[in-house]
Design a protein around this ligand. Structure first.
Ligand code: NAD
Ligand code: WQD
Length: 332
């Protein structure tokens, strides 16, 4: 297939491009490189032996999109491009709404003009707000997002759903990711946030490497098995495989909603222990206050994706820790 991947040099996008290139798809990446490096394209070629087409372009740039659609006529768009830092979105709401929402609207308009009406969209478990119970199923209510980033995902889910109602030729997949961690087994691509990481695993690997002195564990008084926050961590290669698995659905118009998680929750202390066990490296940590906006626990019921897509996360927590560490060590 001819697949346009927005945000394809980013963390999840690059792992998905590997699998698309490996199965023979024609991959066209557009990314403005605001949170990734052009060298990822070289890594993709090293891993797969195939080089994707790459454009340094912004999804808000209608003329650039128009030229790319005219040149490549993509059949499907997998749309990863977006800003994703929760804390930053609170201080820069306009930038987040503008980039994520206006950017997606421009992309959708260009898609429609070029008769391309199939989009796989990166959504997030954040759209469930504070869930009434776990595990979370797709039919749980969405809403109650606690930051502008999460609200962009909620609004975009709504916009995409409205579009499929207005015109039955559209087919949209809303993939609700839980907590992707880990890296490609080659160690050539992975999660490489600039500055001090907000997310747990990149923080852990930097403490392991000695780049950061100590991990703050945000609260140990949650109603969970050891008091620390519980999440559904999923290996990024399993998550990438979920995008490949959903592609056959895109032949069927309408909205296709899937949780992409493992269905198992691990606490922060479970992660530290698994990391130490699987890598042999000790993690210095201290318990601190809860982080504002955090919820106690969040994990998925991924059975719809298993039943309808035949997709299941296969890699273990140890695989996630080892691959994240392998990537951190191999970075310059
Ligand atoms: P990432 O920042 O590594 O990748 C996003 C890519 O989009 C980056 O390469 C960035 O340069 C690019 N980009 C941003 N705005 C752009 C624009 N206007 N035009 C062109 N390119 C632009 O993030 P990721 O972790 O790979 O996330 C991919 C998607 O998945 C995002 O939409 C994110 O919100 C969503 N998501 C991520 C997580 C997570 O924990 N990583 C969880 C749920 C959902
Ligand atoms: C995981 C656990 C923290 C860092 C966020 C977004 C969500 C989604 C994924 C995109 C929590 C604890 C963390 C640290 C810690 N992104 N923690 N010390 O908060 O589940 O989800 O990323 O859609 O929208 O909110 O992930 O990795 O930040 O935290 O103790 O230094 O680790 O409290 O329990 P989170 P996370």
């Amino acid at each position: 297939m001819r697949i346009l991947v927005t945000g394809g040099t980013g963390y999840i996008g690059s792992h998905t491009c590997v699998q698309l290139l490996e199965r023979g798809d024609d991959v066209i990446i557009i990314d403005n490189l605001c949170n990734s490096e052009a060298s990822v394209v070289d890594s993709l070629e090293k891993i797969t032996g195939r080089r994707p087409v790459f454009y340094e372009a912004d999804i808000r740039d209608r003329e650039a999109l128009d030229r790319i659609f005219s040149a490549y006529d993509p059949e499907v768009v997998i749309h990863f491009a977006g800003l994703k830092a929760v804390g930053e979105s609170v201080s820069k709401p306009l930038e987040y709404y503008e980039n994520n929402i206006s950017g997606t609207l421009t992309l959708l308009e260009v898609m429609r003009a070029h008769d391309c009406r199939k989009m796989v969209f990166s959504s997030s478990a954040t759209v469930y707000g504070t869930p009434a119970s776990v595990p979370i199923r797709e039919e749980f209510p969405t809403g109650g997002t606690t930051n502008p980033y999460g609200t962009t995902k909620l609004f975009l889910e709504r916009i995409l759903t409205d579009l499929t109602v207005s015109d039955p030729r559209w087919s949209v997949a809303l993939l609700r990711y839980f907590n992707p961690i880990g890296a490609h087994q080659s160690g050539l691509i992975g999660d490489d946030p600039t500055g001090i990481p907000n997310n747990l695993m990149p923080y852990v690997t930097r403490v392991a490497k000695g780049t950061l002195p100590v991990l703050s564990v945000y609260g140990n008084d949650y109603p969970t098995h050891d008091g620390t926050g519980v999440r559904d961590y999923i290996h990024v290669e399993d998550l990438a495989a979920g995008h490949v698995a959903v592609l056959p659905c895109m032949k069927t118009p309408g909205v296709h909603i899937y949780n992409l998680g493992t269905g198992v929750g691990y606490s922060v202390l479970d992660i530290i222990n698994a990391f130490e066990r699987s890598t042999g490296v000790k993690i210095a940590y201290r318990i601190t206050e809860r982080r504002p906006g955090d919820i106690a626990e969040c994990w998925s019921d991924p059975s719809r994706a298993a039943k309808e897509l035949g997709w299941k996360a296969e890699r273990t927590l140890e695989d996630m820790c080892r691959s994240a560490w392998n990537f951190e060590k191999s970075k310059a």
